[in-house]
Design a protein around this ligand. Structure first.
Ligand SMILES: [Zn+2]
Ligand SMILES: [Zn+2]
Length: 136
């Protein structure tokens, strides 16, 4: 049974629909994911055999592929948001979880490439949390 997931970039130019199921959900701390996300890790959902359809903004998409690797990122050329990458050669759609507007029905299954993680990426669950920006 297939589910319909939808998502968009920050500026709203790019909108998509994904028909399929998320089978894997990894938090990847590798240096490539740290660079492209500017953060501690990527949160990547893997949907083998899923059908990705661009609802708007397809002409705004940019694809970056790291030479001689499988590593690729699709992003909005206006706002820079990561959006799904259709890895057709691998029969797989890779979806950055943060670009989805619909709920995800699975939870992260693993942190991966933790040997590459940043030196400040330790025990982040114990850092104080605020609903918004803390007042100084
Ligand atoms: Zn955008
Ligand atoms: Zn990675």
């Amino acid at each position: 049974m297939s589910h319909i997931h939808t998502g968009s970039c920050l500026c709203g130019a790019v909108k998509f629909e994904l028909k399929g199921e998320f089978k894997k959900f990894f938090l990847c701390h590798c240096s490539r994911c740290r660079k492209t996300s500017g953060s501690a890790h990527c949160a990547s959902l893997f949907a083998p055999g899923a059908a990705l359809r661009w609802l708007s903004g397809e002409e705004k998409l940019s694809l970056y592929r790291l030479e001689d690797t499988n590593f690729a990122r699709t992003f909005c050329s206006v706002c820079g948001s990561n959006v799904p990458t259709d890895a057709k050669s691998r029969g797989l759609v890779v979806v950055p979880a943060g670009c989805l507007n619909t709920d995800v029905d699975i939870t992260p299954q693993a942190h991966i490439f933790i040997n590459s993680k940043s030196n400040w990426d330790e025990d982040l669950a114990s850092v104080p949390a605020f609903e918004g920006m803390p007042s100084s």
